[in-house]
Design a protein around this ligand. Structure first.
Ligand code: FMN
Ligand code: SF4
Length: 458
């Protein structure tokens, strides 16, 4: 199979995935039907009330920059792009008194396999992202922002542009917003589909018109970001959560979830479930409940394992996963994995873990930008080894070699793509080593049912 054929086999279908009533206490996806994305419908849903509140255009005194940041800190909102970094804390790093230009950037690159939440937010509720960005810009004293949108969802980019036009016409964007002294210009920009451009410094390079390759850090974007100026970058879902927090208060958001894990989170559930899609539920919702919302395991089969937070998060076996709750702390501390971007990939008993890892390893090898040797060479090495094990040509030494190559990538690269490629390997070996050993010894998968006979949803 050539590269083109491999990629085509895994093309996403791009279906609308958030219109169902199986969310729990939704804040971002509430009341969406695919048609009510425009500004008037957004205002009916309470849209732009948070902006009016901070600017004192609702009859109140308004909120100072410090008060906005304090509210976001109080909410326990953690970045939804993968690392879960506290958003209020990140905003407080911005040197507000810096005399020159500062920038705000929204990361809508969304290329992590399994993740498809941000595109639904931007397409069906774009104004919540715009309002969240305006509030963030106000809090950090920023006058220019960009939303960097994944290049393969051009219709989403066009929808976001249309929403920007509406916001400008309504006086929510531009000079002297709603008659205040605060001005903010916001623009959309689209990439061309490279996964690495989701890494924040590669994104900045791409936004500047250069090749999208990560920068060495430090310096971090808060001091040296877009065009070398102080820059704050957050994920689409992170910004989308902000208007609700300002309207309802930080404490109310925190109470929606768990301590240290405030609010709701959107989980993109895919794989062997009856109803794949995006599900917004409070942080701390049991995984078993999320699986039930997604219709349970497809065909009544037995759950085998779950990749809980996008393809870079280590796999968790079924019995452990069924005891966990969906929040950063439970998945990390009890599950030994990561909540990441919230892409939950469900695998049933028919799945061969060697085959699954071969697919993941191919992805990382393909997406490595090639700047650092451990990642450029190591990701290809991992893929070739798993591929030969899958095809019955594995050697007894391969398993230790896999572990060693993964260990030598981790922590030795410019960006976290290296770790993202290595962690799934170590997770699979930790929990499903016997499947690798069986395939090497018997030249055939120990999984009884041929996994390729099970229909996938892209
Ligand atoms: C290889 C790689 C790909 C990434 N892709 C994305 C992405 O598509 N979207 C995203 O928001 N963050 C992505 N991130 C994380 C960003 O670098 C950054 O941490 C995030 O945008 C910060 O936003 P947050 O604090 O709101 O989570 C990626 C990181 C790496 C290492
Ligand atoms: S870790 Fe990989 S993707 Fe990241 S900079 Fe190095 S080579 Fe590029």
């Amino acid at each position: 199979m050539n590269v083109e054929q491999i990629l085509n086999q895994f093309q996403a279908t791009g279906v609308e995935t958030c219109f169902h009533d199986r969310h729990i206490n939704p804040q971002i996806y509430a009341g969406l039907n695919g048609k009510n994305w425009g500004i008037q419908d957004y205002e009916v849903r309470g849209g732009y009330a948070a902006l009016r509140k901070i600017l004192g255009k609702d009859g109140s005194e308004g909120l100072t920059q410090d008060q906005v940041i304090a509210t976001v800190k109080e909410s326990g909102l953690r970045g939804r792009g993968g690392a879960g970094f506290p958003t209020g804390l990140k905003w407080s790093f911005m040197p507000r008194q810096f005399p020159g230009q500062k920038y705000l950037v929204c990361n809508s690159d969304e290329g992590e396999p399994g993740t498809c939440k941000d595109r639904d937010i931007m397409e069906y509720n774009p104004h919540t992202v715009i309002e969240g960005m305006i509030i963030a810009a106000y809090a950090m004293g920023i006058s220019v922002g960009y939303n960097y949108i994944h290049g393969e969802i051009f219709h989403t980019y066009e929808r976001f542009e249309a929403a920007l036009e509406e916001a400008r016409a309504a006086g929510y964007l531009g000079d002297n917003i709603l008659g205040s002294s605060f001005s903010f210009q916001l623009h959309a920009s689209h990439g061309f589909g490279a996964y690495i451009c989701g890494e924040e410094t590669a994104l900045l390079e791409s936004l500047e018109g250069k090749k999208g390759q990560p920068r060495f850090k430090p310096p971090f974007p808060a001091s040296f970001g877009l065009y070398g100026k102080p820059t704050t970058i957050n994920n689409t879902e992170t910004f989308a959560a902000v208007p609700w927090i300002i309207r309802n208060g930080g404490q109310a958001y925190l109470e929606c979830g768990k301590p240290n894990n405030g609010g709701t989170k959107i989980f993109s559930v895919s794989g062997d479930v009856e109803r794949p899609g995006n599900y917004e539920v409070p942080m701390g919702t049991p995984f078993a409940k999320l699986l039930e919302l997604a219709g349970g395991v497809r065909g009544g089969r037995k759950l085998k394992a779950v990749i809980p937070g996008g393809s870079s998060s280590p796999v968790i076996p079924a019995d452990l996963m069924m005891k966990l709750t969906m929040d950063y702390d439970s998945i990390a501390k009890e599950g030994g994995s990561m909540l990441g971007s919230g892409a939950v990939i469900v695998m049933d008993e028919t799945r061969c873990m060697v085959k699954a890892l071969a697919r993941l390893s191919y992805f990382y090898s393909h997406e490595s930008c090639g700047q650092c040797t451990p990642c450029r060479e190591g990701t290809g090495w991992l893929w070739r080894m798993v591929d030969r094990i899958e095809h019955g040509q594995g050697r007894a030494s391969d398993i230790d070699m896999l572990d060693s190559v993964a260990g030598n990538i981790m922590g030795r690269t410019i960006c976290a793509l290296g770790d993202a490629a290595a962690m799934p390997v170590r997770g699979m070996l930790k929990h499903f080593r016997h499947e690798f050993v069986h395939l090497i010894e018997h030249k055939t998968s120990m999984v009884g049912v041929d996994a390729t006979s099970v229909k996938t949803h892209g």
